[in-house]
Design a protein around this ligand. Structure first.
Ligand SMILES: [Zn+2]
Length: 434
């Protein structure tokens, strides 16, 4: 019996530890916050304060601010020890494309968002482009490549001080001004021959009530991702695949995991402070669509495994929620404004008030219809050739529909303009019968 019990314990020790060693950690952002707090006392409080500052700010934004499109300048640092790690540009470009699609809710798999979550699924209005100028003002492709003496930046158990060496000149690639660029480091995060870690991010800091400026000059801000999860068509891709970067940029812009990072025992009582992500007990693995780990009354909803801030497989992640979007945009405005340019949306196109010249091509006579005719105004028709020379000009009758004749000599393409009080209100190409 003793021998059997001993063997059993030995079995558990060996295989238990083996399976623990082979557990890929999708994201170590929370461990990273703990490390930052060890390195800079108060970092945790600073990050939490920043989170709630951004949350408060979300409710104060103007309509114009809500409609703004932000474009973030990105630099990728590819740090490699061999040619496999030195990812080809095509993977980086396809990853950038996916990042853009996911943050604008334009990715093809948004059709997989379940109907119950469609009312809160949102376009973040955030876009990403490769930096065109480096910190010295020189032209750049936005992709920096550095060879490293380190075969991997991963370690098991996870050691993020080791991983962070990817941001040091000696082993990796030095940060570009984090107040102007989103820095994304791509490197090997495997350890002991397995994919130990897929990524981690530096969350927003410098909350309003923070007195120290130790974070504003931080040389660590940005995102680190395992080279195997970069690119939509990366042949080495793992189950979370190229959605890892979407998740990490979500953290970088101030989002938490949707289950709130509680332990399994306290899970349903720990929130991510987003009202439109249903509470869930713990991270999701795989794509379990029926999972409902916490009952919320009223209006209980299943776990939102579609959310980028879960650990579900990449193929079932396809949405941010409205509140997550507001939180990211607030963080961008408050703490990372230097990395983005803003673009206000085009004003809505007013429906044309003066329309329709027909038939087009014209046979001989032209029928002109003016809707919303102002009877007090003077209208003219002017036809020019493609050199801009006037070939026909006449006053129009104050009628909404009229026939213009006497154009039989015209053949080929012209521009027909309608003027109201001498001001052009309509300009269309017309073709006279050849
Ligand atoms: Zn995460």
């Amino acid at each position: 019996m003793i021998n059997k019990a001993f063997l059993f314990v030995l079995f558990v020790l060996i295989f238990g530890s083996l399976s623990a060693q082979n557990q890929t950690i999708p994201c170590a952002t929370n461990d990273y916050i703990k490390l930052l707090n060890q390195q800079n006392s108060g970092a945790l409080k600073n990050i939490e304060d920043a989170f709630f500052d951004a949350k408060r700010y979300s409710s104060l934004k103007s309509k114009k601010e809500k409609d703004t499109i932000y474009t973030i300048q990105v630099v990728f640092h590819v740090v490699y020890n061999n040619t496999v790690q030195n990812l080809d540009d095509k993977y980086i470009l396809s990853q950038l494309e996916e990042l853009n699609a996911c943050f604008r809710r334009k990715n093809a798999d948004t059709i997989d968002t379940r109907e119950i979550f469609l009312p809160v699924a949102a376009d973040a209005g955030i876009e990403f482009e490769l930096a065109k100028l480096d910190p010295f003002g020189n032209p750049t492709s936005g992709i920096v490549r550095k060879s490293s003496s380190l075969p991997t930046f991963g370690q098991f158990p996870i050691n993020l001080s080791n991983a962070d060496r990817v941001k040091e000149e000696l082993y990796g690639s030095r940060v570009w001004d984090p107040d102007k660029y989103l820095n994304i480091w791509i490197c090997d995060l495997s350890a002991n021959g397995f994919d130990a870690l897929l990524g981690y991010a530096y969350p927003p800091t410098n909350a309003e009530n923070w007195n120290s400026n130790s974070f504003s000059t931080s040389n660590k801000q940005g995102v680190v991702v395992h080279y195997k999860v970069v690119g939509q068509d990366n042949p080495q891709s793992l189950s979370t695949g190229s959605k890892t970067l979407i998740h990490e940029v979500g953290h970088y812009l101030g989002l938490r995991h949707i289950w709130g990072d509680g332990s399994r025992n306290q899970g349903c009582n720990v929130d991510d402070f987003m009202d439109d992500t249903p509470n869930s007990r713990a991270a999701t693995n795989g794509c379990n669509i029926g999972q409902n780990s916490c009952i919320n009354n009223p209006g209980d909803l299943p776990d939102m495994i579609e959310n980028y801030m879960d650990y579900s497989d990449g193929v079932c992640q396809n949405m941010f929620t409205e509140q997550q979007v507001e939180q990211m945009r607030s963080n961008l405005t408050l703490f990372r404004s230097g990395i983005a340019t803003v673009r206000y949306p085009d004003p809505p196109v007013e429906p044309a008030k003066y329309t329709l010249i027909y038939p087009n091509p014209v046979v001989e006579d032209l029928t002109l219809t003016l809707s919303e005719l102002d009877e007090e105004a003077n209208y003219q028709i002017e036809i020019t050739n493609l050199l801009g020379q006037t070939v026909f000009k006449s006053n129009l009758e104050p009628l909404s529909t009229q026939i213009i004749s006497g154009l039989g000599a015209l053949k080929g393409m012209y521009i027909c303009k309608v003027l109201k009080q001498g001001k052009e209100i309509l300009s269309e190409k017309i073709v006279f019968k050849l």
